[in-house]
Design a protein around this ligand. Structure first.
Ligand code: FES
Length: 276
């Protein structure tokens, strides 16, 4: 169980400024429901560049709601220039601290603010993952977010990066890249890659789902077919072929020479694909 400060509990149970805003001057939206957290920040900014009002809509945990509430309180009455200097540390400090595993909620607040101010200046709304290299596919985190979190918060380990950005907290594929980025930012030589560890069932399942969604299914759809992951039992993967693939005479070849081969190459050489 997380150890929340009284202020975090208060802002979670009684969030300030929750809800959408009619005709806002700026909107900043970050995160996605698929990644577990999403925040939409609305700002009303007067002609003098003072933030007169700030509201939010958040999907996420208690820390995400408390961080969003704190952010809006911090913003009201500040000039845009002052708001630009706010970081996730200000949000966490305002709340009397956040559990280290939840610091990513404060980072989400900083990102939403940055997106809203870009929106106010008329700069193109950042497309998902458009800024920088997409490093963590599980949580949609770019190197820009990771580098900023390292620099602003003095992070020293990959575990800390995960706490602040969620990157690395899923399948773990991005961990070597996180090590590289950490080394680049800190100006040190990357640690040698650890010996590959066998996949856990959860990691194997996440990877199989991703490869089917991003590689196998799009390729089959080009020929009018499709595929659905039905179940997994260890290295056994049960799938159902759909569309043109379901009645194709060479569907067994599709399963072994394409689906199984791809999963073996990209996930685990031990994988066996069977028709459900
Ligand atoms: S790609 Fe980063 S945790 Fe899966």
């Amino acid at each position: 169980m997380w150890d929340y400060t009284d202020k975090v509990k208060d802002h979670f149970l009684n969030p300030r400024n929750a809800g959408a805003m009619d005709n806002p001057d700026a909107v900043g939206e970050v995160g996605s429901l698929a990644c577990g957290d999403a925040l939409k920040l609305f700002l009303r900014i007067n002609a003098q560049g003072v933030i007169e009002d700030a509201t939010f809509q958040t999907f996420g945990c208690a820390s995400a709601i408390a961080s969003s509430s704190a952010l809006t309180e911090l913003l009201k009455g500040r000039t845009v220039e002052e708001a630009e200097r706010l970081t996730n540390k200000d949000i966490a400090e305002y709340l009397g601290g956040l559990p280290r595993e939840k610091m990513h909620c404060s980072v989400m607040g900083e990102e939403a603010l940055s997106a809203a101010l870009k929106n106010w200046r008329g700069e193109a709304a950042p497309q998902a993952h458009a800024e920088g290299e997409l490093v963590c596919r599980c949580f949609g985190v770019t190197d820009v977010t990771i580098r900023r979190a390292i620099e602003e918060n003095g992070l020293r380990t990959v575990e800390e990066i995960t706490n602040y950005t969620k990157a690395g907290g899923g399948c773990g594929d991005c961990v070597p890249r996180l090590e590289e980025i950490l080394a680049e930012v800190l100006g040190r030589t990357p640690a040698p890659a650890p010996a590959a560890r066998p996949l856990t069932n959860l990691q194997r399942m996440q990877k199989v789902m991703r490869v089917i969604d991003e590689v196998v299914a799009p390729s089959l759809r080009k020929d009018g077919g499709d595929i659905e992951l039905v179940d997994m039992d260890g290295a056994d993967v049960l799938v159902s072929l759909r569309g043109a693939c379901s009645s194709c005479p060479s569907s067994q070849l599709t399963l072994t020479d394409f689906v199984q081969k791809t999963l073996r190459e990209q996930v685990d050489p031990a994988i066996r694909v069977r028709r459900a």
